[in-house]
Design a protein around this ligand. Structure first.
Ligand code: SDX
Length: 390
């Protein structure tokens, strides 16, 4: 019809969004946080320093960094009532469902968080959320295992503390392998932000109503829970286990071509080249497997990638491994069960969600999200009362 907007199935919530947080060139496989290439940050920075960069827009001075780490370290505890709320879940509750609910619940424990126009109030909620995500994530893991929740140990670094809350048993102090803590730190850096992805879009859309940041971030966690987004890393492991051996790969590939399967961990709405994060994660695999032993599924993943990158079906569609293709292999080697993989993604993405949310709140031109609609239904029908219709 004249004037009907061209329907774009990729058009979701808002039109194009202005942002200076993350730059992606999908054709060249480039990813930069506040202008810094992801390869340099993954190699030389730490997750908390990258979180500071994303939130504040520049790298911290030593004083700023030390203050930032101090504040986050001393906000890792969670109100005991939130712990009780988590203990009310079924024994087999998915950790993402628990994380989604407990982050949303935090909005009721900090009512001042609704005062989003006050930078000091915003800063305090940003610190609280970055600090508490590992605690909530670890407790959802312990819950699923029927083990007692482990409280934060503030003598440890951010990732060491997370590993302690996940795996500490009867030993007086958990002593994580520094190589595994470092690998986890790199993985969190790689997941820290990614421009206007589905979950960030959810945070921005919900945040545009000027709700508190806990409620906006819980919307992002809900979006990330989906198998096409953050849930893909869990789906990749299940796919590799289902394939079972290299000999079964050709039959699986045929299933993908017939539309019966999706090659999980492949493809991307923006990257039409290799996802730079997948390249870095592949390298991190070697570091982790030195400590844990090689994940037997690695050779299936490598063979699958090799075949797919040479197959016309995938080449024509520009389908390359994305961030989720190899991350699950590391998580499994670190003794995480598949349902925890997306929780790790959420912990990593928290600074990105908060940086994008802060940018949105600061943007005085930002209006409430209200997507355009292309109406395709009937018009001006004559209503016939039920008594005459039946
Ligand atoms: C993340 O947006 C972000 O930035 C997300 C993320 C982040 O950091 O936030 O990078 C994290 O979500 C990574 C993606 C994780 N998801 C998966 O690995 C699930 C498998 N991937 C696909 O479902 C898919 O690739 C998407 C959802 C990621 C992208 O979907 P699109 O935009 O529809 O893909 P496309 O338009 O490029 O598809 C082109 C063609 C289509 O086939 P035709 O209709 O042309 O015949 O390729 C096909 C698609 O059906 N295709 C796939 C495929 N991905 C796309 N076919 C088989 N297996 C796949 N994985």
């Amino acid at each position: 019809e004249p004037g009907l907007a061209v329907y774009d199935p990729g058009f979701t919530n808002t039109a194009s969004t202005r942002s200076s947080v993350t730059f992606i060139d999908g054709d060249k496989g480039i990813l930069e946080y506040r202008g810094y290439p992801i390869e340099q940050l993954a190699e030389k920075s730490t997750f908390l320093e990258v979180a500071y960069l994303l939130i504040h827009g520049e790298l911290p001075t030593k004083e700023q960094h030390d203050q930032w780490v101090h504040e986050i370290t001393f906000h890792t505890f969670v109100h005991e009532n939130v712990k009780s709320l988590m203990q009310g879940f079924r024994y087999d509750a998915h950790p993402m469902g628990m994380l989604l609910s407990s982050v949303g619940a935090l909005s009721t424990f900090y009512p001042e968080a609704r005062n989003i126009s006050d930078p000091a109030v915003r800063h305090e909620q940003v610190v609280r959320m970055i600090a508490k995500m590992p605690t909530l994530g670890a407790w959802s893991f312990r819950h699923a295992q029927g083990k007692p929740y482990v409280y934060p140990d503030n003598d440890l670094s951010y990732t060491e503390n997370f590993l302690s809350m996940l795996f500490k048993m009867s030993e007086p102090k958990y002593d994580p392998d520094p190589r595994l803590a470092k690998a986890l730190d790199v993985l969190l850096i790689l997941h820290a932000d990614h421009e206007q992805n589905c979950s960030t879009n959810a945070v921005r859309s919900v945040g545009s109503s000027q709700v508190d940041p806990y409620s906006a971030v819980s919307a992002g966690i809900a979006a990330l829970y989906g198998p096409l987004h953050g849930g893909a890393n869990e789906a990749v492991l299940k796919m590799l286990k289902r394939i079972g051996s290299k000999e079964n790969i050709p039959a699986f590939i045929e299933g993908v071509k017939n539309g019966d399967e999706k090659l999980m961990g492949f493809g991307h709405r923006v990257y039409k080249n290799y996802d730079p994060r997948a390249t870095i994660i592949k390298k991190a695999c070697d570091d982790v497997f030195e400590v844990t032993g090689v994940n037997p599924l690695l050779e299936i993943a490598q063979e699958l990638e090799k075949i797919a990158l040479e197959d016309e079906y995938f080449v024509k569609r520009k389908l390359y491994p994305n961030v989720d293709f190899y991350s699950g292999l590391i998580y499994e080697a670190l003794q995480f069960p598949p349902e925890m993989f997306t929780v790790l993604f959420a912990i990593g993405r928290t600074p990105g969600w908060l940086a994008q949310w802060s940018e949105l709140v600061d943007d005085k031109e930002q209006k409430i999200a209200r997507p355009k609609q292309i109406y395709t239904g009937d018009r001006r029908l004559e209503f016939v009362p039920a008594a005459e219709r039946w």
